[in-house]
Design a protein. Sequence first.
Length: 327
Amino acid sequence: MTGKETTLRYQHFRRAVLYSITCFLLTQSVFAGGQSVFTFIRNDASARFAGIGGSAVAMRHDPALIFYNPAGLYGLQTPQVSLSYFRNIIDINTGFLSYAQEFKQYGWFGAGIAYVNYGTQRRVDHLENVLGDFNSSDLALVMSYANSIYDENFSFGLNTKFFYSSLTPEHTSTGIALDIGVQYYLPLQDLTIGASLLNIGRQITPYAETQESLPVDLKIGVSKGLEHLPLVLSVNFHHLSEDTGETFDRFRGFTVGGEFTVTDAVRLRFGYRNEMRQDLKIGSTIGLAGFTAGFGVHVRSYVFDYGFTSLGKIGAMHHVTVGFAFQ
């Protein structure tokens, strides 16, 4: 068998596997429903993407895209690692770690960890007697693969996920899931179109006796680099798979973001989350709820990103990410 025949067989096999997984995921998403578990995986995994309102589905070349659209790993020039942290307004600590690199002739592989610590809780009985303390936490492990489909401008990505959650020592839960993502890049227009279907799977071990569904999320979006301005604009639609009862309510979860390149070393970001702004409305005052901002500093192989998300009268979330590109 010639090398050309081997390559063609590999390409046909890859497309067949991708087609089979796509059919499976779409079938699962139709029947997914009910109360969701492991929703922590929807937190922003990067200060960069938090700064643009989570509009990351059509962004490219960032290891943190494992958590948004694994197809975005395709084309990474060097191995990269990203470590993110943010503290919620009620002292919930959240961290994300992601790594991705290319293996010649095989594609791009990545791995990620998402961790949430809810702090120490006090256990009491029905008579309010203190029985001791315990810790609650969530964990997700992710393995990722990305490659091209027909040409270098059309990429796909796949994730496998394992979830573990501990509410109390007696109430723990596990689950598995798959993600699939695609991107198409038009170089002449500097335009990327992306879509991802996330968290298709099932809860293996429930907390008690009730089986819960996973937070299935269908995202679509576009990112466009402007011709006469160093600005990339992104528009995303999230949670399109959720049954809201009203057709147009499915599109309330849109986000808009922009990344402005000031110099090779400095980037400024802004964004808007429509669903968050609507959900956080208190009375007639919303304030800046749903608006986001941030910046990034690139020094040689190091990256520092900061992201700010306003929750209006409730407060704000601050995201910090440190990245490194191996040369």
